[in-house]
Design a binder for this molecule. Structure first.
Ligand SMILES: C[S@@+](CC[C@H](N)C(=O)[O-])C[C@H]1O[C@@H](n2cnc3c(N)ncnc32)[C@H](O)[C@@H]1O
Length: 332
């Protein structure tokens, strides 16, 4: 690493903060119908003219806007990922990161004490927080394309019903149901999350929503409903500690039909827990907000084989753009 790379890393919060603020203020959306100068931006966004010019210049420097004769316009990337109207809008995640920013301030204290920096409520206590969290998952998955990739990669032709444990917005099951027309799905999740999922599915997937059952449950407290051919869980184990994950794999084993499969999708780390880089950094977020961290293939395999699963294998998604893998195992 050279000085320039180090300096870019140490100052990276400024870029992130600036982009979050631009999205929150609606800077990109305000350019959705054509270029504007700083005065027009200030009027339409009801902000200070000098300040919005500085922010727009910074976005131009980052390659998210272009500036021609004092007028700002979108780039291909901002049009694709930062416009609310785009199917690949990443704004849900960016707005979640914006709201989460104040939690990062407590990282030092969390490292000193080992205690999370916020209540471990999975963002269930306030409807606006639940919606922001679940829309963040939806937006990341859609923008990066994970759901389509997974739906293509998994062979679900023999599976009548797939359960998505902690399925959140339903982005994954929606893609699976589109790819596999015979398939039905159930999302097992907490009630406040399911309220958001219901809204998203009704808005965006009205044709397939009737094939998806939304089942409220707390997987920490109850057994999973029996009779599934496959249980998919994406970004679940990383929020939980090791004993909980051991227990969760046993619950999946008991719930699956014989011959059924479990698919654990997450950042699956090397045994040193240092790669992939995105997973090592994301573990800091998990330290702040959950009981978990990103786990290695060895750790996940041990939980699965301890529960009775066989044929445990790792499928790493191509990077870039993906940063995660699937651990797939079968109930004999
Ligand atoms: C990080 S999100 C992942 C959402 C989705 N699987 C994805 O990858 O986009 C974690 C999900 O697990 C759900 N969840 C967390 N704790 C849970 C629990 N104890 N019982 C059921 N669902 C839970 C949350 O509501 C949320 O939908």
């Amino acid at each position: 690493m050279d000085f320039a790379q180090l300096a870019a890393l140490t100052g990276g919060h400024a870029e992130a903060r600036a982009i979050q603020t631009a999205v929150k203020l609606g800077l990109f959306d305000s350019l959705g119908h054509g270029p504007r100068d700083a005065s027009e931006l200030a009027t339409s966004l009801k902000v200070d003219r000098r300040a919005i010019a500085v922010l727009a210049d910074a976005m131009t420097a980052l390659g998210l806007l272009v500036k021609t004769a004092g007028h700002y316009d979108l780039t291909d990337v901002s049009r694709r990922f930062l416009l609310k109207s785009s199917a690949e809008y990443l704004g849900g995640l960016i707005l979640f990161d914006d709201a989460f920013f104040e939690t990062w301030v407590h990282l030092e204290q969390t490292i000193r004490t080992g205690a999370p920096a916020r209540t471990l409520d999975m963002f269930q206590n306030k409807p606006e927080e639940t919606a922001r969290f679940i829309r963040a998952m939806d937006s990341l998955t859609r923008a990066r394309g994970d759901a389509q990739f997974v739906a293509e990669r998994l062979d679900l032709r023999e599976i009548p019903i797939v359960a998505d444990l902690g399925g959140g917005p339903g982005t994954y099951v929606a893609a699976m149901l589109r790819r596999w027309p015979h398939l039905r799905a159930a999302i097992f999740d907490l009630p406040a999350t399911l309220d958001v999922a219901r809204t998203i599915l009704a808005e965006r997937e009205p044709d397939i929503a009737p094939r998806i059952d939304l089942i409220p449950l707390n997987y920490l407290k109850v057994e999973l409903p029996q009779g599934c051919g496959a249980i998919f869980m994406s970004n679940i184990i990383h929020s939980e500690d090791e004993p909980t994950n051991v227990d969760l794999m046993r619950k999946c084993f008991r719930a699956l039909n014989s011959g059924g499969i479990v698919i654990v999708k997450d950042h699956i780390m090397n045994e040193d827990l240092t790669e992939p880089k995105a997973g090592a950094i994301f573990s800091l977020y998990l330290l702040l907000a959950t009981r978990g961290r990103d786990y290695s293939f060895g750790e996940v395999s041990e939980w699965l084989s301890g529960a009775g699963f066989v044929d445990i294998r790792l499928e790493t998604l191509p990077s870039p753009p993906f940063t995660s893998s699937m651990v797939i195992a079968r109930k004999p």
